[in-house]
Design a protein around this ligand. Structure first.
Ligand code: ADP
Length: 226
């Protein structure tokens, strides 16, 4: 079966003047199967965001291949990469990045309209997703009227609205207190498992990473099993 994501020998070097060049990813290989949830555990600065950005076609590697659903995106143009990002990949960041002037339901509906979904279908799907994270009563509130945990739950839903096959999450509960983080993270895992999507979730919380299928660490530019 085709992997949802494969990284083959991916290398990324940041050059800040030659003596200071750093190899953040050093011939990294990763295979994420359909429905598999992989935890990426590493301290700040180890290269988690770099790996997620390259996997999500937001950045280019210096070497190696990024293959999503069997398609090698390295030699494809920006239009095809953007299409893949929009249709096949969901992103979640530490901060919610919701549009502040729009309500929770509008934040979920807009990306669907941009993807060609009919307005009534988009609204219905948005409400179903909000229900699944127990936020149906907060649908018409703007982000600044929601708590941190609620904002992040809306951001999870937004990442899922277009039914991506791959979820990439960068410290999705990193801004929350430990108790809220655990509750919200469990909801995220439920959403991911229910849809059967694949996911790579970066966290430095080892407790949370135990909920995933396997855990990898980034050490000196290499991915290693934990
Ligand atoms: P993490 O997400 O694990 O905190 P990052 O992927 O953000 O790590 O960064 C890994 C390393 O690469 C850090 O040392 C960071 O300073 C460096 N880095 C990240 N982005 C750039 C950039 N655009 N230019 C130069 N160095 C960068």
């Amino acid at each position: 079966m085709t992997n949802t994501l494969s990284l083959n020998n991916v290398t990324k070097i940041y050059r800040r003047g030659l003596p200071n060049q750093i190899t953040v990813l050093d011939q990294v290989n990763l295979e994420v199967k359909k429905g598999e949830v992989v935890g990426l555990i590493a301290p700040s600065g180890a290269g988690k965001s770099t790996l997620l950005h390259i996997s999500g076609l937001l950045d280019n590697s210096d070497n190696g291949q990024v293959i999503i659903n069997g398609i090698d995106y390295n030699n494809l143009d920006d239009k095809k990469r953007t299409k893949c990002r929009r249709q096949d990949i969901g992103f979640i960041y530490q901060f919610h990045h919701l549009l502040p002037e729009f309500s929770a339901i509008e934040n979920l509906t807009l990306p669907q309209l941009a993807n060609g979904t009919r307005s009534s279908d988009a609204k219905q799907r948005s409400m179903e997703l909000l229900k699944s994270v127990n936020l149906q009563d907060r649908a018409f509130h703007r982000p600044d009227e929601l708590s941190g945990g609620e904002q992040q739950r809306v951001a999870f839903c937004r990442a899922m609205v277009n039914s991506p096959k791959l979820l990439l999450a960068d410290e999705p509960t990193g801004n929350l207190d430990p108790d809220t983080a655990m509750i919200v993270f469990n909801l995220l895992m439920e959403l991911v498992r229910n849809t059967g999507m694949s996911a790579v979730i970066a966290t430095h919380n080892y407790e949370l990473s135990k909920l995933m299928d396997r855990q990898l660490a980034l050490r000196k530019g290499k991915l290693v099993e934990v």
